[in-house]
Design a protein around this ligand. Structure first.
Ligand code: MN
Length: 295
């Protein structure tokens, strides 16, 4: 099932062109408290699934004309993301002429995973606001794993039991020397969606393929089979001595083809079997302070 959050944190299910409201089936649904009702919904999902499927086939469709998509997990306890996790991307960033020429870029084995603040989330159809006109800001198309069960110290062989579903993620990034959390944590820097696809619709997530375009031109295209650290390994690393909660998202890293985005661009991340996550790009209004050094 495809689960979307839209408008005033309403919850819906999507089937082809149909969006059907299921907010009344979500335990404790409260538009002001998505950090409470989404984890509760995910925990109760297996028991609710028959009624949700019934509603999906028989319920009235919501008109897309008036819908604003929200991030499918509007208020997760955390968003974790993998640093370099594709060999071709590791290479492209350090070759002569590249932004990190001469550096050594390590992988999860060296850096572990990093945090992106939930305040950086953006729903599909939103606008990425570039904070500094004179610094390079890049797109990173990724697949996000949505956690469905609380867990800690999860072993790779048990990891699939903790997955609720999958969604598209853009890990928007200002290049430079500051901490990743700063450079990747600005408001609007984590477009997510367009919705979550539950695990029952994705027989083998290693078969997921992503394509990212800017203004219709393909920039990134890859299969999750190319991941250096696969999904079970990422869950194991992310949960080491750290509690994962339902609704937490682990973004799996970006393949090669990373490049700059500029005001006026339209970025589309499509993941086969999930859908299209769209974002426009604009310059943030007003002067940023302090002015970080330009790399
Ligand atoms: Mn990334």
């Amino acid at each position: 099932v495809k689960i979307a959050v839209y408008d005033n944190n309403r919850v819906g299910v999507v089937d082809g062109a149909r969006l059907v409201d299921i907010s009344d089936l979500v335990p404790g649904w409260d538009p002001k408290a998505p950090s409470v009702f989404m984890p509760a919904f995910m925990t109760a999902y297996a028991a609710l699934a028959p009624r949700i499927r019934e509603r999906l086939s028989a319920g009235p469709a919501v008109s897309w004309e008036t819908v604003t998509l929200r991030p499918p997990v509007p208020a997760p306890s955390k968003i974790l993301a993998a640093p370099v996790n594709y060999r071709a991307h590791q290479a492209e960033m350090t070759v002569p002429g590249a932004v990190y020429e001469g550096w050594t870029l390590h992988t999860v084995a060296h850096y572990g995973v990093f945090l992106k603040p939930p305040s950086s989330l953006l729903g599909s159809g939103g606008t990425i606001e570039i904070p500094f006109a004179d610094r390079r800001t890049d797109h990173e198309g990724e697949v996000g794993v949505v956690i469905g069960r609380q867990g800690k110290d999860i072993r790779p062989e048990d990891a699939w039991e903790y997955v609720f579903g999958y969604t598209g993620v853009m890990d928007i990034t200002v290049r430079g020397e500051e901490d990743r959390t700063y450079r990747k944590g600005f408001d609007t820097f984590t477009p997510m969606g367009p919705w979550i696809v539950t695990t029952d619709e994705i027989p083998d997530p290693r078969d997921l393929r992503l394509t990212l375009t800017v203004n219709g031109q393909v920039r990134q295209h890859a299969s999750l089979r190319e991941l250096i650290y696969d999904i079970p390994q990422l869950i194991a690393v992310a949960s080491t001595r750290t509690t994962l909660f339902p609704g937490d998202v682990i973004s799996t890293g970006t393949p090669d083809g990373v490049g700059p985005i500029r005001p006026g661009d339209r970025v589309v991340l499509s993941v086969e079997g999930i859908g299209e996550l769209t974002a426009d790009v604009a310059l943030a209004a007003g002067e940023a302070w302090p002015r970080p050094p330009v790399r």
